[in-house]
Design a binder for this molecule. Sequence first.
Ligand code: URA
Length: 211
Amino acid sequence: MNQGTFHHLTHPLIQHKLTLMREKDRSTGGFRRLLHEIALLMACELTRDMPTHAVEIETPLEKTTGALIDGGKTVFVVILRAGAGLLDGMLEVVPGARVGHIGLYRDPKTLAAVEYYFKVPEPMNESDAIVLDPMLATGHSAAAAVTRLKAAKPRSIRFACLLAAPVGLAHFHSLHPEVPVTTCAIDRELNDHGYILPGLGDAGDRIFGTQ
Ligand code: URA
């Protein structure tokens, strides 16, 4: 197996909120609010290596040098539809970031991921892309999304999710060993329908109340 990098976010605040989200009786509004709060916390970790540049500023007392980021270099790439649930929290922390969207569906006969929507800010060659999808289950759509995104040639790519299944992580890194994955939990396994166990159910349905 290819050994890719992954970051497991063990911060107690994230783990607390994730536990509340997993509960089956959590309301749609409560689920969405917790996801938003986790996204804020994840954004701080995901942007830890963001380049900064020095600027001269003047405080009320004297001149000094500070550091600023260029938020416009960050592109959050949402995998439709559940990835949208992580977006607002990320944008609250990096308001200058730009946003791309990737829509894929699984062909029921071939099981291949088929693209139905792709729009990212161009050009991407100076952008650091952070791909968002709450669930890394089989890893097929995540891997297909990153393959598609690579064609746009961003400067860097990382993948962020809430839950990852070991099999999904292995599949993803077998195709994209250089793309770091940031996750809040690594769950046990997938069931026969491809749902993560213990998981939290269908993330899209829980975010949008479509169940
Ligand atoms: N997608 C989901 O929304 N939930 C899972 O458990 C797996 C894939």
